[in-house]
Write a protein that binds this ligand. Structure first.
Ligand SMILES: [Zn+2]
Length: 67
């Protein structure tokens, strides 16, 4: 389950795994405001590539720096 807050009315939505498996956008059930797409949510869930590359280069730096 994903928890989404509506930026317009502040209503809270929970998107089921079923809803997320459809490619359609998720709308607020209260005011109809567009909230997110399944893809946007899954991107939010996974660690960003930026963070991953930061961690990787940090580890690399430690290896290359003489003790
Ligand atoms: Zn709303």
């Amino acid at each position: 389950m994903h928890h989404i807050e509506c930026p317009r009315c502040g209503g809270h939505q929970t998107a089921s795994a079923e809803a997320l498996s459809s490619p359609e956008a998720i709308d607020c059930q209260i005011c109809g405001e567009f909230l997110a797409t399944r893809q946007a949510l899954s991107e939010r869930e996974s660690p960003s590539l930026f963070v991953q590359s930061c961690l990787r280069s940090h580890a690399l730096l430690r290896v290359m720096t003489p003790a």
